[in-house]
Design a protein around this ligand. Structure first.
Ligand code: IMP
Ligand code: MG
Length: 181
């Protein structure tokens, strides 16, 4: 399949993403300069964002990953979160920064924050590239946020529809007919 054939429009360009990431990376580098930082990427969506973000920082970080699932092949959350893969190491005493691709209903992130907070990290905070506030069901406090976006289903830069389009280098809006069939 041609990667761009089902994309209706570009919502956020590669250039805009790059600029925003260097802004956030600068701030994280200041805020966590004296910390034992652990970035926790939420697989799979955050992998592209996280790999660019960590390389734009000038402080050291450790990384780990969790894989959670709430969606299946649908564009709406099922409201249920399952941990498919947990962290490798304990996080007690660590400054944990959860890295997410998009905050939508908030169900996934509020669940994750609760689960990780119970493991006694020194601090826990959330960084998301995208925020879609219009469909929020669970409140999530954000420390870093890239872009606020309207209620449209977006793909690319790590975000998928039914596991496709993750390698698109920008954030695009999927043609509605792709998922309305
Ligand atoms: P939440 O639990 O509803 O906040 O959903 C968070 C997860 O839903 C994200 O990690 C994404 O995997 C997925 N998601 C939500 N909105 C979109 C979208 O517009 N495009 C692709 N994935 C999305
Ligand atoms: Mg995700």
């Amino acid at each position: 399949m041609n990667l761009e054939s089902n994309i209706a429009s570009i919502l956020i360009s590669e250039e805009q993403i790059k600029d925003k990431i260097s802004e956030i990376a600068k701030q994280i580098s200041i805020d966590y300069e004296k910390s034992d930082l652990l970035m926790v990427g939420v697989l799979k969506g955050s992998m592209v964002f996280m790999s660019d973000l960590m390389r734009a920082m000038n402080i050291n970080t450790k990384i780990d990953f969790m894989c959670v699932s709430s969606y299946g092949a649908s564009t709406k959350t099922s409201g249920q979160v399952r941990i498919l893969m947990d962290l490798r190491e304990p996080i007690d005493g660590k400054d944990v920064l959860i890295i997410e691709d998009i905050l939508d209903s908030g169900v996934t992130l509020s669940y994750l924050v609760d689960v990780l907070r119970a493991r006694n990290p020194k601090s826990i905070a959330v960084c998301t590239l995208l925020d879609k506030p219009s469909r929020r069901k669970s409140e999530v406090q954000l420390k870093y946020r890239g872009f606020v976006i309207p209620d449209e289903f977006v793909v690319g830069y790590g975000l998928d529809y039914a596991e496709d389009y993750r390698n698109l280098p920008y954030i695009g809006v999927l043609k509605p007919e792709v998922y309305e069939i």
